[in-house]
Ligand binder design. Sequence first.
Ligand code: SAM
Ligand code: SF4
Ligand code: SF4
Length: 352
Amino acid sequence: MIISDSINIYLKTTETCNLNCDHCFTSGKNGKKIFFNYEKTFDFIDRLFSFKKPKHARILFHGGEPMLAPIDSMESIYSLIKSKYPETSFGIQTNLVYKLTEEKLNFFNKIFLKEGIGTSWDSDIRFENINQLLLWEKNVKQLISEGHKISLMVSLSKSLIKNYQPVDIVQYASDLGIQHILFERITSNGNAVINPEIQPSNADLDSWLLLMYEQTIKYNLHEKIHNMFLDEVATSFINRLHTANRCRNCEQSLVTINADGTVSGCPNSAPEEYWGNIEWSIPENLTSKKRLHTMSCELKRNDNCLTCPVNSICNGDCHRLPWEGNICAAPKSLMLKMKTENRIEDYQKLLW
Ligand SMILES: C[S@@+](CC[C@H](N)C(=O)[O-])C[C@H]1O[C@@H](n2cnc3c(N)ncnc32)[C@H](O)[C@@H]1O
Ligand code: SF4
Ligand code: SF4
């Protein structure tokens, strides 16, 4: 299959940002100061959807900081796609560290009230001062009071793992009224390459993720907030259905459109590892040598996975996350515990 039946498009409206997070795969403020061309981008998506006719299609406004782009361009592409492909769902991932003007609020209320908004909170590597954090908290609370459902991305940095217990972060997010939380491991792209000290060791990551599971069960944290990371592992365990980080087919199902019109798969490496262009034909894009090479790299597992006792749950994990010798970046201890204890009724509680 040259592209999967479910297509997720990361539509980057810009490459730059008002913040400069230490881990940012689009290089924060140093990303290119350009905006997407909505007409050419629509034309590409239109040709892609006519070529493939996906069963499920989702478009996520992304960046850089997507809300830096002209809002009328985002509204225009939304209207064009919705009028021709009404089943397409939309989302946005935004830092919410800016004034929520009436124009921005109207945009959020018009498009994302049903679909939800993604935002991010990180320990030490994101907010430059307390005012940025307070502005972010105020905006989150305002959007929730207007009826929005918020998903929170939290990066698993060295400082987060050292300074926070999982229960503290879940409690903080739940107190803000956030509905979903996703803990993300940091890939070595963009600013993360020049700030390698922010990366935890794989062994520390593994211990923290086990603790997250144990505290979730102990304190019934799943009743406060939906933990997308644990849901994904539980789904793999119960249904042997590998989603998100466990799917090992991101490069076949994700399309990232950089703001300059270049096209890639995984959004984390998209600024440097693109394989196509919105001006090319769809077959030229999908069969480009670079794309096929990346797809084949993703399909190949590390040899250690072949003899791993939790291979059927893990599925080899995300191919972008580096190993440290024989130690992978997967939540291996957590999966081993699940397999040994086999407490299906507990794992079912983690599903959304
Ligand atoms: C690049 S940002 C773009 C959207 C928006 N500016 C934001 O920060 O939410 C998208 C998400 O990727 C995360 N992210 C950035 N660099 C990353 C990296 N190297 N590895 C994993 N996640 C990363 C951010 O924390 C954020 O949750
Ligand atoms: S992670 Fe998001 S908010 Fe942070 S610098 Fe990158 S694009 Fe900006
Ligand atoms: S836990 Fe590690 S070794 Fe086991 S399958 Fe997953 S990535 Fe491979």
